[in-house]
Design a protein around this ligand. Sequence first.
Ligand code: SF4
Length: 491
Amino acid sequence: MEQMERGADDKFHDECGVFGVFGSPDSSALTALGLHALQHRGQEACGIVAFDGTHFNSRRALGLVDSTFSHASAIAQLPGHAAIGHNRYATTGDTNVRNIQPLFADLACGGFALAHNGNLTNAHTLRQALVEKGSLFQATTDTEVFLHLMAVSRKAAPCDRLVDALHQVQGAYSLVALADNMLIGVRDPLGIRPLSLGKVGEAVILTSETCALDIIGAEFIRDIEPGEMVVITEEGIASSRPFEKPRNPRFCIFEYIYFARPDSFMENRSVYEMRKNIGAELAREAPCPSADLVVPVPDSGVPASIGYAQTSGIPFELGIIRNHYVGRTFIEPTDHIRHLGVKLKHNANSAYIKGKNVVLVDDSIVRGTTSRKIVDMMRSAGAKEVHMRIAAPPTKYSCFYGIDTPKTTDLLAHNYGVDEICKLTGADSLSYISMDGLYRAVGEIRRNNDIPQYCDACFTGEYPVPLTDFENNRTGANVTDLRERQERRSR
Ligand code: SF4
């Protein structure tokens, strides 16, 4: 499934991209280009705040980067040598203008703009306490909690106020922030969400993914370390540690499986290569010697399919063709039309499918609705056998760290075993990569069950950061219900 629209059906949704520039007269234009490259991480809204040495100027709008920042006039309104930008996919808060980032506040220490990728797991608890003390929240996104915590900090400098706030929040986040002549980047203590540092000419760049460095001709310097803060000024880049270096960082393993763009590097590893490795492991763990073809579910299943095909020696073919021009706006008024609508996005390449035994490779099964339809489509196109191979372990638990997952109870693998899921999807066989196979594919010998090397909570339910809001509101309801309740309260 293509990344730009992959949140449109039963897949996980990507949660925001952040980008920042310091030291270029074209900082807004560079930020707009960076946001284009990060569009797959959020398509609901986007925004840029630039600093011209005196004023902070901002433009924020619902919709894609292209529709907001493609005109020179939009960039001309954002002069300055430093800027930050954000692509939003909402995991907390409504989809409306007041929640679009970067957020901005006039604090006692001066203007401060902030953009955030991730999710705070105690935002609601902090928010309630702040509101009781008189804070007036303008938005319903968890990001605003940072600004209110900074506003009540007794520290003088913006960085120190931010550190005060960081010590109170829990969760997974990458932040970019803009203060008077200063760009700041912070990564959460366990490094769950990504943030990279780059350079183009004299300008310093912060970005969620390295693919955004490529688009502006910037070179990759390094990843921001888990728990590290970098402050970029005219004097250079200063690194500090608001948090101790973690003994066991917990980078989100799903970035490798699905979220990140395959041309990005994360933790010094090529995402594309990781996905091919996963496919190769899958071919070793779950071979399908009777198959004639390996077919990816486009587009996110492609690299793993290539790995599967190369390792198994079974030919790779594009047996499903993806229509790249179908957005989320297709209205499905009846079941009949809805059923037809599936073929708008994916269609079987019947010339290659008819009479063949097919291995269908997908990155994950979430609710299972797409898998059922694709298996059906293969059979209608004349496939003799359809064998599903999944480049992730069964997805059994919701993510609380910034990836919008369905309710735990809506996750197919939470409710059914592999054999049952196989029957439900209508496939002839179904195999998922094992947890150790996944860890091998991303460069580990195996999963260290005492101290796991990654966050893999959506497979294991072992959450590395406390779920304070969830625990405080535990009523037996799932996380989506919780989020809905939190939102209703905060409206
Ligand atoms: Fe990533 Fe899953 Fe952990 Fe969420 S729960 S941060 S999706 S590995």
